[in-house]
Design a protein around this ligand. Structure first.
Ligand code: IDP
Ligand code: MG
Length: 170
C-alpha cells in the first residue's frame, strides 16, 4: 500500500455547526498524520479553481457561494483546511467521509450523519475530501505553500523574489 496525501476541508456548514471536532474525531479512526492545517477565508478565485471540473454544472454558482460561506455570512465565511498523510489515505478517508449526496451516504459516515440537502438544493455535506491522487496533488498545491507543510511531499524549487510587500507583526 502506498503512502498518500490528501486535502480535507471542513466546509462552512461544518464550521457553523461546530462540527470540526466531531469530523476530526471520526477521521482519526484512520490513524493518519496531519501535516498541514489552517483557517482560510476562501476567495472567489480559489473557490472556482478548486471546483474547476464542475464549472459547467447547473449547481456551480451555488457551490461557489457555499464553499465561500457566503450563504451563512460572517463569521462562518471560512473553511478549515488540513493535509493528511497515510497509507491508502484517499480511499480510506473518503469511506469515512461518505458519499457526495448526504441523503445517499452511509448514515454512520460523516456526511451521512451530519449532512443535508437544503431546500435550495445545496448539498451541505460538511467536508471536502480529495478524490484521487492527481486531484489531491493539484488541490494541496492550490491551498498550501510548501513551507506550510511540515515535511517535503512534492518537489520544490528556490526562486528569488524581489521587492515583495508583506505584512509582519508591528
Ligand atoms: P465530492 O465532494 O464527493 O468529491 P464532487 O462530485 O467532486 O463530490 O462535487 C463537489 C461538491 O459539489 C460536493 O461535495 C457537493 O458539495 C457539490 N455537489 C456535487 N453534486 C451536486 C449536486 O448534484 N447538487 C448540488 N451540489 C452538488
Ligand atoms: Mg470531488
Amino acid at each position: 500500500m502506498a503512502i498518500e496525501q490528501l486535502l480535507i476541508l471542513v466546509k462552512p456548514d461544518g464550521v457553523k455547526k461546530s462540527l470540526t471536532g466531531n469530523i476530526l474525531t471520526k477521521l482519526s479512526e484512520a490513524r493518519m498524520l496531519i501535516i498541514g492545517s489552517k483557517v482560510v477565508k476562501v476567495s472567489k478565485e480559489l473557490a472556482e479553481a478548486h471546483y474547476q471540473q464542475l464549472k459547467d454544472k447547473p449547481f456551480f454558482c451555488g457551490l461557489i457561494d457555499y464553499i465561500q460561506g457566503k450563504i451563512y455570512g460572517a463569521p462562518w465565511d471560512r473553511v478549515i483546511a488540513f493535509v493528511y498523510q497515510g497509507e491508502d489515505a484517499i480511499a480510506r478517508m473518503r469511506k469515512i467521509a461518505g458519499a457526495t449526496n448526504p441523503e445517499e451516504s452511509d448514515p454512520v459516515s460523516i456526511r451521512g450523519a451530519y449532512g443535508r440537502i437544503t431546500t435550495k438544493g445545496v448539498y451541505e455535506n460538511v467536508l471536502h475530501c480529495s478524490s484521487d491522487l492527481n486531484e489531491a496533488e493539484r488541490e494541496i498545491k492550490l491551498w498550501f505553500k510548501p513551507e506550510e507543510i511540515v515535511m517535503p511531499i512534492y518537489p520544490t524549487k528556490e526562486v528569488v523574489v524581489e521587492k515583495e510587500k508583506k505584512v509582519i507583526w508591528a
